[in-house]
Design a protein around this ligand. Structure first.
Ligand SMILES: Cc1cc2nc3c(=O)[nH]c(=O)nc-3n(C[C@H](O)[C@H](O)[C@H](O)COP(=O)(O)OP(=O)(O)OC[C@H]3O[C@@H](n4cnc5c(N)ncnc54)[C@H](O)[C@@H]3O)c2cc1C
Length: 412
C-alpha cells in the first residue's frame, strides 16, 4: 500500500468524495480517508435530508437510483399562511448517494480507505506534507484537503478554520410514514419540499417536511442558538423536544409514526468564512462555512467546493515545477468566492434578518410573496438586495433597528 499520493483528502462526504472523483478522473493519485467502516457507511454521517435541485444532479452526473422522490414545488409556510413556488427538485436517499459517490471515485481510480480517522497534519517547516490517522499511521501528499465537515481537525490545527460555536446551526429529522400530506388546513405537500418559518416550532430557525412518496416524508427542524432562539425558545427544551412538540401539535402528524432507525442529525456553521487555504492545503465543504446560509443547501455547495479544490490542485500540480505555495493555492479562495458561494455577505445579512423577524412578519412575508412576481424569491435567494428591499415594509423599521443593534454588538 503506497503512503505517498498527489492529493490526500480527509472525509468521504459530498465535498471530499466529489474532489476525489474529479482528481481521479484527471489521472491524479488520490486517496480518500474516511473514519467510518465500509460495511456500515454512512452511519453517523448519514445526516442529511438531501433535498437538491436539477442543477446539482446535472453538474455532477448523479444517477436516478439514489433519488427517493422527484419534487415539483418548494412551499414556504408561516404560522397562518403559505406560498408555493414551482421549482423542480429531488429528495435523495443520502446514504445511497454517499455510497454511490465513493464507488464512483474508486471506479475513476481513487483509493478509498475506510476505518481511517484523521487526527492531525504532518508538517515540515510548518507546512502540511501529509496526515496522521488512527494514532500513528501516516500518509503523505503534495496537497492535503480537509473535507471532514465541522470537525475540521486539519484546518483547525493549521489555523485555517475559524468556525465559531455561537454560529453553529444544529438540525435533526425523522423519516416518517402515515402523514396527511394533503391536509385541508394546509398547502398540499404532494411532491413538495416545504420549509416552515415559525418560532413556536423552531425558534431562530425553520422546520421542514420533504415528501418522499405516498404518505411518507422527512420531517425535521434546525436553528442557531441566537437571540431569536433565546427570545422565542421554551425553557429547558432540546432540539429533539422541539421536533416532538411539532409532531404532537400539528394535525398532519396525527396518525404518523417514525420509521425505525431513520433519524438524521448534524450541524453546520452559518458565518462569514475566514481563511480557506494555505501552503499545500485547502479546506472544503462544511469544514469551512460553505453551506448556503439561508436554507441550508450544503450538498451542492460542498460538491462545488470539492470541484474548485480539484481545479486548483490540477492547476498547481500541472507545471513541470509544481507550485503549491499559499499564493498558488489562493486560486481556490477566488473560485470559492466567485463560483461556490458568491454574495455570501449579502446572503448572511438576509439570513440574520429573516430569522430575527417575528412570526407576524412571516405571515406578512407570505402575503407579499403571493402578490409579487414569481422570480422575487429566486432573486432574494441569489442575494439580490433590490429584490429584498421590495419585500421590506415600513413596519420593518423596528426589525431593522434591532438587526443593526445586534450587528453592532457582534462587531464590538
Ligand atoms: C439535519 C440536516 C439536514 C440537511 N438537509 C440538507 C438538504 O436538504 N439539502 C442539502 O443540500 N443539504 C442539507 N444539509 C447539509 C448537508 O448535509 C451538508 O452541508 C453536507 O453533507 C456537507 O458535506 P461535507 O462533505 O462538507 O461534510 P459531511 O457530509 O459532514 O462529510 C464529512 C465526512 O468526513 C468524515 N469524517 C469526519 N471526521 C473525520 C476524520 N477525523 N477522519 C476521517 N473522516 C472524517 C465523516 O464521517 C463524513 O463522511 C443538511 C444537514 C443536516 C444536519
Amino acid at each position: 500500500m503506497s503512503d505517498r499520493f498527489d492529493v490526500v483528502i480527509a472525509g468521504a462526504g459530498p465535498a471530499g468524495a466529489q474532489c476525489a472523483r474529479d482528481l481521479a478522473q484527471r489521472g491524479y493519485d488520490v486517496v480518500l480517508l474516511e473514519l467510518e467502516s465500509e460495511d456500515e457507511f454512512p452511519r453517523q454521517s448519514n445526516k442529511s435530508t438531501a433535498g437538491t435541485f436539477p442543477s446539482m444532479m446535472a453538474s455532477f452526473g448523479v444517477p436516478d437510483d439514489v433519488v427517493m422522490n422527484y419534487t415539483d414545488d418548494v412551499v414556504l409556510e408561516s404560522p397562518n399562511h403559505h406560498y408555493v413556488q414551482n421549482q423542480p427538485g429531488a429528495v435523495l436517499e443520502f446514504a445511497e448517494f454517499k455510497q454511490w459517490l465513493v464507488a464512483d471515485a474508486r471506479k475513476k481510480g481513487a483509493e478509498v480507505w475506510f476505518d481511517a480517522r484523521v487526527s492531525r497534519p504532518i508538517t515540515e517547516d510548518d507546512k502540511p506534507v501529509g496526515v496522521r490517522y488512527n494514532g500513528e499511521e501516516e500518509v503523505y501528499g503534495d496537497i492535503v484537503v480537509d473535507a471532514t465537515g465541522p470537525a475540521a481537525p486539519l484546518a483547525k490545527d493549521l489555523g485555517v478554520s475559524d468556525l465559531e460555536r455561537k454560529k453553529q446551526a444544529i438540525g435533526v429529522e425523522y423519516e416518517m410514514a402515515g402523514i396527511e400530506i394533503d391536509h385541508p388546513e394546509y398547502a398540499d405537500l404532494t411532491d413538495s419540499m416545504m420549509l416552515r418559518l415559525d418560532h413556536d416550532l423552531a425558534p431562530g430557525g425553520y422546520s421542514w417536511i420533504f415528501h418522499t412518496g405516498g404518505d411518507e416524508a422527512k420531517v425535521g427542524l434546525c436553528y442557531i442558538q441566537n437571540d431569536s432562539h433565546r427570545k422565542h425558545g421554551k425553557e429547558g427544551m432540546s432540539i429533539d423536544d422541539y421536533l416532538q412538540y411539532w409532531l404532537d401539535t400539528d394535525p398532519r402528524f396525527e396518525n404518523a409514526e417514525r420509521l425505525e432507525g431513520k433519524v438524521h442529525r448534524g450541524s453546520a456553521h452559518i458565518q462569514t468564512p475566514g481563511e480557506l487555504s494555505t501552503d499545500n492545503f485547502m479546506a472544503i465543504g462544511d469544514t469551512v462555512p460553505t453551506i448556503d446560509p439561508l436554507w441550508g443547501e450544503g450538498i451542492h455547495k460542498g460538491m462545488q467546493s470539492g470541484r474548485a479544490a480539484a481545479t486548483t490542485a490540477d492547476r498547481c500540480l500541472t507545471p513541470e515545477d509544481p507550485d503549491t505555495s499559499a499564493s498558488a493555492m489562493a486560486v481556490y479562495n477566488k473560485l470559492w468566492h466567485s463560483e461556490v458561494a458568491p454574495r455570501m455577505r449579502e446572503r448572511l445579512l438576509m439570513t440574520e434578518l429573516l430569522y430575527l423577524a417575528p412570526n407576524s412578519r412571516y405571515d406578512k412575508l407570505m402575503t407579499d410573496l403571493n402578490a409579487t412576481e414569481e422570480e422575487t424569491l429566486a432573486k432574494v435567494n441569489a442575494g439580490n438586495l433590490g429584490a429584498m428591499r421590495n419585500l421590506l415594509r415600513l413596519s420593518d423599521v423596528p426589525l431593522l433597528a434591532k438587526f443593526a443593534r445586534e450587528r453592532f454588538s457582534d462587531s464590538r
